[in-house]
Design a protein around this ligand. Sequence first.
Ligand code: AMP
Length: 281
Amino acid sequence: MREVTAIAALRALLATERSAGRRIGLVPTMGSLHAGHLSLVDAARRESDTVVMSLFVNPLQFGPGEDFDRYPRDLERDRVLAAERGVDLLFAPTVDEIYGTGADLRLSGGEVAARWEGAVRPGHFDGVLTVVAKLFNIVGPDVVCFGQKDIQQATLIRRMIREFNFPIHLLLAPIVREADGLAMSSRNVYLSPAERDAALALSRALRAAEARWRAGESDANALRQLVGQVLAAVPGVVADYIAIVEPDALAPVARVTRGTIVALAARVGRTRLIDNVIFGD
Ligand code: AMP
């Protein structure tokens, strides 16, 4: 695995790969890698020859009072995990390398970015789209892989690729979970043992909703109520939103069908967690 911090050095290496006819796959991350991130490397590998992982905690996507300063960072550990999993190029730039040319302009996620996560975290998705567009321009990937874990982010990137004509194929990788159902997240390290137990309410609520749907319930309000009840039954868990939506614009639906997404965010102690399920997957 080669590791680079400079854009110019990365571009020079990628030019060689491309002229040898290799397809480039990109896996954007904020580091603090876990098995979810590493599954994206496998997915990218299946459709490309050279896998680039970017590792960058993007200040633009954190709001005031969010956890930018305390977000977990461990480059040495990430380097070992990425190399073991077969990443070819690790791109770990500084904030200055990415934004030194200026950070005044932003891409805007529009209506879809204003919903759900965007309503709670104003400007978050504009920051995500801006850095991802920069990574697209820096790397020029044929394929990019994002996780279903951040379903609204993946939805917005699919729309950005379409609306801005990026010649990039998007892969959506399924959510990797701990054995007990908790969706893997770099933020899980914030949880105390008691909070870690309480956090199981999120995946439990989603499983309950899918089971009820499979048993014949298709009314979104009834399913939202069920999810709310499962979350509310656990002290210390406070739901932010329960979204029952269609996959293109994440607009609410009244009736649930195969492909409907149930996405939720909840606070467990001071930690904010998200999870979702795509019905029928
Ligand atoms: P992050 O480092 O949190 O920005 O995540 C980088 C990428 O990994 C995003 O595409 C996430 O959706 C994806 N990801 C994070 N957690 C998981 C998970 N548990 N399973 C699958 N993909 C994940």
